[in-house]
Design a binder for this molecule. Structure first.
Ligand SMILES: [Zn+2]
Length: 380
């Protein structure tokens, strides 16, 4: 178990409690609840003697008894967890907003892993929304700098962060954990393993390196012979597993597309330099053509076309009042192998999302890239 920061124990408690109240009997206690009950019994002077006493305690404000680490900002600690034998509306909201209902321990850890970056994103987004134009450009650039660095550097050291970010290095440090014997990365002797395409590798049950997302690695990464040993130098750090899954691995596709479009741009005077993560990640990439048309691109990597269709239902925000983020055409772009391994994938997403007959396109990556070149060539 990692540090108890960011409310991981509190999150475990409420997830376990919700599961427990759904069971017909409290026993066996859900693993999450059992774990936190142990933690509470260690830090409380007067830990309840029976399970009904514990439930009674949960009917009083959280701040009156909680002693096992942070309470997430999104839960008001003056409120209680249970009322008349049921979880309270405050707790319902907390579980729903965090998509935490019925999740397992692993998913809680991944959720908690992503909170520091989410907080950073929300702060930058709020600053962007209130800023003047020149400040907006700086905020957008700073956000992109941080995000691109994380995607390109799953492993780093404080010294490397200082070289890249100067006094701001501690901001980045929050997104990394130390490479220690209990960190998730695959360790062999004095090295850890890295995949050049998808980042840090973890250990299989037998201790061999395996990808964090094997189905992605199989399709997209060079063979396992390309996997590299990274020497463990002092203070070596790695992004958390949740960051690797949510930001680094999908981010590699975003950055490859961005690099490709930068290459296209050098060949056509009719295409302006692409912008990555415009408006603090309003979408992934913006293209501006010489005829004034703006295209927006968002890379989406879902195995299940129905899940992606639901995710993008109703289409993207239009930004019609915002010159910097306005778009004429919006493209959801999926890695080519999604369409090749599931013919009709893009059509299915489009139907599922209800986006037929709209200027919103869903295309495999290589088809999108050809459309960009065609458009740039036509207006030249
Ligand atoms: Zn890989």
């Amino acid at each position: 178990m990692k540090s108890h920061d960011e409310g991981v124990l509190f999150t475990m408690l409420v997830v376990g409690l919700e599961k427990c109240l759904r069971q017909r009997t409290p026993y066996p206690y859900p693993a999450e609840l059992q774990y936190v009950m142990n933690a509470l019994s260690l830090c409380m002077m007067d830990y309840p003697k029976t399970f009904p006493d514990l439930l009674t305690m949960f009917e009083s404000p959280v701040k009156d008894w909680w002693c096992a680490g942070d309470i997430p900002d999104s839960f008001d600690q003056r409120l209680r967890l249970i009322y008349m034998g049921q979880i309270t509306e405050a707790l319902e909201d907390f579980l729903t907003d965090g998509e935490l209902r019925g999740v397992n321990l692993k998913q809680i850890m991944l959720h908690v892993d992503n909170l520091p970056f989410r907080k950073f994103y929300e702060q930058m987004r709020a600053a962007y929304d209130q800023a003047q134009l020149d400040e907006q450009i700086a905020i957008e650039a700073e956000y992109a700098h941080v995000r691109v660095f994380l995607i390109q550097h799953p492993f780093t050291t404080p010294a490397a962060l200082r070289r890249e970010f100067g006094l701001q290095w501690e901001l980045l440090d929050k997104f990394y954990i130390s490479v220690e014997p209990d960190s998730y990365v695959c360790r062999s002797g004095d090295a850890v393993w890295d995949c050049p395409a998808c980042g840090a590798l973890k250990s299989s049950r037998d201790g061999d390196p395996i990808s964090v997302k094997p189905e992605v690695c199989q399709n997209r990464c060079p063979s396992t012979t390309a996997w590299q040993r990274v020497p463990i130098e002092p203070h070596l750090k790695v992004v958390s597993e949740g960051m690797l899954r949510r930001t680094v691995i999908p981010g590699r596709v975003e950055l490859d597309l961005y690099a490709h479009l930068q290459g296209v741009q050098t060949r056509f005077a009719t295409l302006n330099r692409p912008r990555i993560y415009p408006g603090v990640d309003a979408y992934d990439i913006q293209l501006h053509f010489g005829d004034g048309e703006a295209w927006a691109v968002d890379v989406k990597d879902y195995r299940d076309p129905i899940a992606l269709g639901r995710e993008i239902e109703g289409g993207p925000y239009r930004y019609s009042q915002d010159n910097r983020l306005y778009w004429d055409r919006f493209y959801y772009v999926v890695p080519d192998e999604r369409e090749s391994s599931y013919p009709g994938y893009c059509d299915k997403v489009r139907r599922e999302a209800g986006l037929e007959r709209t200027p919103i396109h869903i295309l495999p990556l290589s088809v999108f890239c050809r459309d960009v070149e065609k458009k740039a060539w036509e207006i030249e």
